[in-house]
Design a protein around this ligand. Structure first.
Ligand code: PAF
Length: 254
C-alpha cells in the first residue's frame, strides 16, 4: 500500500479504467473503519482510503487538537484491510485556496447534530467535496454510525450532480453493543461501563418509541447530559455526554 500526500501523485497512481472505491476517514482507525474498507473492496477494483483530521468540521471549543492521531497504526490497519492507497494530505494540499467553499450542506443538515454543532456539516461537505475532487472515486463508503452525515453527503452528491455513488456501511459494535468510535478511546473504565448501556436503551426505545422514558433512563444510567434523542429516517438517533466525551448512536425502528 502506497502512502500519498499530493493530488498529482494520487492521480498518477490510479488506473483510471478501474472502478475506484473511496473511504474517507479522520484516522484513529478501528475495526469499524476496516469494515468500510472491506465494503469498498467488494464494490470496486481499487481502494483509496484517506486520513485527514479536518479542521473545518470542528468548532473552536471542540476536540480538533486532542483528536487521536496515529498515522503508522492507521497505515498498518488499512494495508491489512486491503486498501491500495492511503491518501494523507496536509491542510495546505486540501485547502490551498482557503477554507471557503461553494458547496453547502442541505436540508438533511437541519436539527439533530446541527443544533449542537451548527458549523459541523458545512465543514464535512467542504472537505468531502475536496476529497472527491482529489480522488475522483466511483463509489464512496461512509458509516451508518454518523447517520445524519450519511444523509447530508447523499444529498450533497444529488444536489451538486457529483458522479459518485454513496454507500452506507452498518455500524460495528463491541461485544456489549457499544458502537465503535475513535472517541471511545477517551472513556475511563467506569465511563466505558456506562457507555455500553446506551445501545441497550436506544434499542428498547426503537421498539417502544417512548422517547421521554429513554431520555430519563440515559441520564439515570450516568450520562451527564443529553443533546438529543429523536426519531428520523426510520431510526432513533441519540447524542449524549459522558464526562467530556460526546457519544452518538442510532438504531433502526424496523
Ligand atoms: O466521518 C468522518 O470521519 C468525517 O466526518 C469525514 C467523512 C472523514 C470527513 O472529514
Amino acid at each position: 500500500m502506497k502512502i500519498i500526500r499530493t493530488k498529482a501523485e494520487l492521480q498518477s497512481a490510479i488506473n483510471h479504467n478501474d472502478k475506484i472505491g473511496f473511504v474517507p476517514t479522520m484516522g484513529a482507525l478501528h475495526a469499524g473503519h476496516l469494515s468500510l474498507v472491506k465494503l469498498a473492496r467488494e464494490n470496486s477494483d481499487f481502494v483509496v482510503a484517506s486520513v485527514f483530521v479536518n479542521p473545518t468540521q470542528f468548532a473552536p471549543n471542540e476536540d480538533f487538537d486532542s483528536y487521536p492521531r496515529d498515522e503508522k497504526g492507521d497505515a498498518a490497519m488499512l494495508e491489512s484491510a486491503g486498501a491500495d492507497i492511503l491518501f494523507s494530505p496536509t491542510a495546505e494540499v486540501l485547502y490551498h485556496d482557503g477554507f471557503d467553499s461553494d458547496i453547502k450542506a442541505g436540508s438533511a443538515a437541519q436539527g439533530l447534530e446541527a443544533t449542537f454543532r451548527p458549523t459541523h456539516f458545512d465543514g464535512v461537505v467542504n472537505v468531502v467535496a475536496r476529497l472527491f475532487d482529489a480522488v475522483k472515486p466511483d463509489i464512496a463508503v461512509f458509516g451508518e454510525k454518523d447517520y445524519q452525515q450519511l444523509q447530508v453527503l447523499t444529498e450533497m452528491v444529488k444536489t451538486y450532480n457529483m458522479p459518485v455513488e454513496i454507500i452506507g456501511a452498518p455500524i460495528l459494535r463491541d461485544e456489549h453493543g457499544l458502537a465503535l468510535s475513535s472517541r471511545n478511546a477517551y472513556l475511563s473504565a467506569d465511563e466505558l461501563k456506562i457507555a455500553r448501556k446506551l445501545n441497550v436503551i436506544v434499542r428498547k426505545c426503537a421498539q417502544d418509541k417512548n422517547i421521554n422514558s429513554a431520555k430519563e433512563t440515559i441520564l439515570d444510567a450516568g450520562f451527564k447530559k443529553m443533546d438529543y434523542i429523536e426519531e428520523r429516517w426510520g431510526r432513533i438517533l441519540v447524542a449524549a455526554w459522558l464526562g467530556k466525551t460526546r457519544l452518538i448512536d442510532n438504531i433502526s425502528v424496523n
